[in-house]
Design a protein around this ligand. Structure first.
Ligand SMILES: C[S@@+](CC[C@H](N)C(=O)[O-])C[C@H]1O[C@@H](n2cnc3c(N)ncnc32)[C@H](O)[C@@H]1O
Length: 297
């Protein structure tokens, strides 16, 4: 996650990322979630002869890179693809070992604020929620065509939404009367399932669930982390910044398993969080959790 503060793009936990990556000037690094290139920029500036490869699945976001001279460097290579395909690309580039991987998961604040994407429950948009325009399945297809049971499962498993069944039933009832095509309709249905007002938005968990399901986010993360662990060189590090418990659980469990079975050391016994100063100027950073694993040979 990253935000814009007085027009300046602020990457989350940048100092911690740079400290823990322990950059080698000639190393090979992979930023799996380029976004607006906030972390990539700082990494690239510190590499003398090294190389930075970055992944960005969203075509519109990936296109922004052309506007920035720094990213025209021959030391930088952007791949517009899902990081789940990490191994395929490393093989194509003939890379056998990587000194550090960074995952700053989720969406950028720009993607959330973009009308037409359907990611935000605060904006009225068509029900899309695809991270890449090349993917076929949209939120509208799920909401209007999936069975009531399947909808409830999605809200429960990917959003940890306790009202999953009630929300699913209401959606199925409403769609018999009219097609549900935009976020405003969906938010209205979800909100009607909550009798009491809460501090958090009632549609927060259901929207998270749909986004994770549509984009296969948990499977992508597991697949990419397994490859990253395989390619990590001696003394190399993997850093993951996650923003919800489902992602954090995957990282925690996989890192723990690797440290018990192999030559890996989990640097962060408890996840690191941004300090209060960072949260005060970048509110979106408040839910960030950072975990680091180290290959000690
Ligand atoms: C939180 S933002 C990263 C912000 C970035 N660190 C910065 O400082 O600008 C996450 C980015 O990762 C991208 N992303 C999410 N899942 C991805 C995936 N499976 N493969 C490639 N990119 C992905 C999103 O499109 C988004 O642009």
């Amino acid at each position: 996650m990253a935000t814009v503060n007085n027009g300046i793009h602020v990457p989350v936990m940048l100092n911690e990322v740079l400290d823990y990556l322990n950059l080698k000037k000639e190393g090979i690094y992979v930023d799996c979630t380029f976004g607006k290139g906030g972390h990539s920029r700082s990494i690239l500036e510190k590499l003398e002869k090294g190389k930075l490869i970055a992944f960005e699945w969203d075509e519109e976001t990936a296109n922004l890179v052309q506007k920035d001279k720094l990213f025209l460097s021959s030391q930088f290579h952007l791949i517009n693809d899902n990081f789940a395909n990490l191994e395929e690309h490393l093989k194509k580039m003939n890379i056998q070992e990587v000194d550090g991987f960074l995952f700053d998961l989720g969406l950028s604040s720009d993607q959330l604020a973009e009308e037409g994407r359907g990611f935000s429950y605060r904006l009225n948009s068509p029900l899309d929620m695809r991270m890449s325009g090349k993917s076929k399945l949209k939120a509208e297809d799920i909401i209007n065509n999936y069975s009531c049971e399947k909808l409830a499962d999605i809200f429960y498993h990917y959003g940890e939404e306790r009202r999953a069944r009630i929300i699913a039933r209401k959606i199925c009832y409403r769609r018999k009367k009219e097609k549900i095509t935009n976020t405003e309709q969906l938010v209205g249905i979800i909100a009607s399932c909550f009798s009491r007002k809460t501090n958090k938005h009632p549609a927060r968990k259901a929207f998270q669930a749909l986004r994770i399901f549509i984009n296969n986010e948990l499977e992508n993360l597991t697949q990419a982390l397994e490859v990253a662990l395989k390619y990590l060189t001696l003394d190399g590090r993997i850093i993951v910044i996650s923003y919800h418990s489902l992602e954090d659980r995957i990282v925690k469990q996989l890192f723990k398993k690797m440290s018990l079975e192999n030559n890996f050391y989990v640097v962060t016994k408890k996840p690191l969080a941004p300090n209060s100063e960072e949260i005060s100027y970048n509110h979106r950073a408040r839910s960030a959790k950072m975990r680091v694993i180290f290959h000690h040979g």
